[in-house]
Design a protein around this ligand. Structure first.
Ligand SMILES: [Zn+2]
Ligand SMILES: [Zn+2]
Length: 115
């Protein structure tokens, strides 16, 4: 498998937040970006784990962190973390979104909901 399998650097992210959580009013801990189609989903520590669900449903194998200051890639199939190419901007969610985020939708007892 080549380093660029599952990666299309020309595709921008789907938005600033998890696609499914934004649709349902949910919240997340960290965000991951599908390196193939740009889908933004929430990480496996988040209540709904939409990023890995997207990977399973779509067959897209590679995610990249969408967190400020993080640029690692991860392949669900090989379970390897690696460094990949620069993707279409933005590289991360807005800093004022908060972690966990988004501000205003995170419950006070969020620590009891993360995995
Ligand atoms: Zn989500
Ligand atoms: Zn995808």
């Amino acid at each position: 498998m080549s380093e660029t399998t599952g990666i299309d650097p020309s595709v921008p992210p789907s938005g600033a937040g998890c696609v499914e959580c934004d649709a349902t009013g949910g919240w997340w801990f960290h965000l991951r970006r599908c390196a193939q189609c740009g889908h933004i989903g929430c990480c496996d520590s988040s209540p709904s784990q939409h990023a890995s669900a997207h990977g399973r449903a779509s067959g897209h194998p590679v995610i990249r962190s969408f967190e400020p200051g993080e640029d690692w890639f991860y392949n669900f199939q090989t379970e390897e973390t690696f460094e990949g190419p620069e993707l279409a901007p933005p590289q991360q969610h807005p800093a004022d979104q908060g972690v966990p985020g988004p501000k205003g939708r995170v419950p006070r007892d969020w620590r009891f909901h993360v995995h």
